[in-house]
Design a protein around this ligand. Structure first.
Ligand SMILES: C[S@@+](CC[C@H](N)C(=O)[O-])C[C@H]1O[C@@H](n2cnc3c(N)ncnc32)[C@H](O)[C@@H]1O
Length: 244
């Protein structure tokens, strides 16, 4: 999940990735952006890991100034094109696991499905960087893949096979992802379309956020429709938190 990987994905983002913007069934993320815009009149926002800029125009409409960053030149080019008419957005190419943000902490930090790198070391550096970018009394909006959702999908797949007449042993074996190591499973690093991707338990992401001196405002599901040949709906965790 390095820069080359994300540059490749960004070329066909809509086809390669479950876009939160396009699949958020209840419009929860959009609703949160709108509410934050009202809570911080004349506020400043950051779109961390903006990708191809699906959410950046919404942020631009609700905030006075928006800084959007990503480490992919391909994603940033598309994001800039999407925001051509938005004069209050600045773009930065930076790697949040290594570079510090070249601008001040802001009122609203928006970070959707970015803290998903499999390396704990990289992830922690990225997370601390993101957390420090939230001004005191500012708001963090984090969306991360749900471990529980992944687990429920597995459970449903096993039961469906048993329903189709398979033995329990064979259903379990046929649903197990053989590439996943025990260490990865322990760390919530699960295979998503063959790519090692960090997933979070609800309690885990809450603890992570609290440990950086945030007060949790709300944790809820961002629900998605079933994808591909799956009949099961999935969800990510959305965390809204206020910096003390
Ligand atoms: C799943 S996409 C989400 C894009 C966008 N937030 C959205 O929801 O539409 C993850 C984004 O995080 C960016 N990203 C991943 N690791 C990064 C890093 N170390 N520094 C900066 N951006 C990173 C990727 O380039 C990609 O655009």
């Amino acid at each position: 999940m390095d820069r080359d990987y994300w540059n490749r994905i960004s070329k066909n983002y809509e086809r390669e990735v479950l876009s939160v913007f396009d699949n958020d069934l209840q419009g929860v993320v959009e609703e949160k952006i709108a509410a934050a815009g009202v809570a911080y009149p004349r506020g400043r926002a950051v779109d961390v890991g903006c990708g191809i800029g699906r959410f950046t125009p919404l942020l631009s409409e609700m905030f006075c100034e928006v800084d959007a960053c990503d480490f992919t030149s391909v994603g940033l080019k598309k994001a800039k094109a999407r925001c051509r008419s938005k004069k209050n957005v600045r773009f930065y190419e930076l790697d949040i696991t290594k570079d510090s943000f070249p601008f001040e902490a802001v009122d609203f930090v928006f970070c959707v499905n970015v803290l998903i790198m499999p390396s704990l070391d990289s992830r922690m550096r990225a997370w601390w960087n993101v957390a420090n970018q939230v001004e005191s009394n500012g708001t963090l909006l984090l969306v991360v893949p749900s471990y529980e959702s992944f687990q429920m999908e597995y459970y449903h797949r096993v039961l469906a096979r048993i329903g189709d007449g398979e033995s329990t042993g064979s259903a379990v074996k046929n649903c197990i992802d053989e590439k996943a190591t025990a260490a990865d499973m322990r760390m919530g690093v699960l295979q998503l379309d063959g790519v090692r991707t960090k997933h979070y338990l609800k309690d885990e992401v809450e603890a992570m956020v609290r440990a950086r001196h945030f007060e949790i405002v709300e944790v809820r599901k961002v629900k998605y429709p079933p994808q591909g040949d799956s009949e099961f709906a999935t969800w990510d965790w959305l965390v809204e938190a206020r910096r003390n």
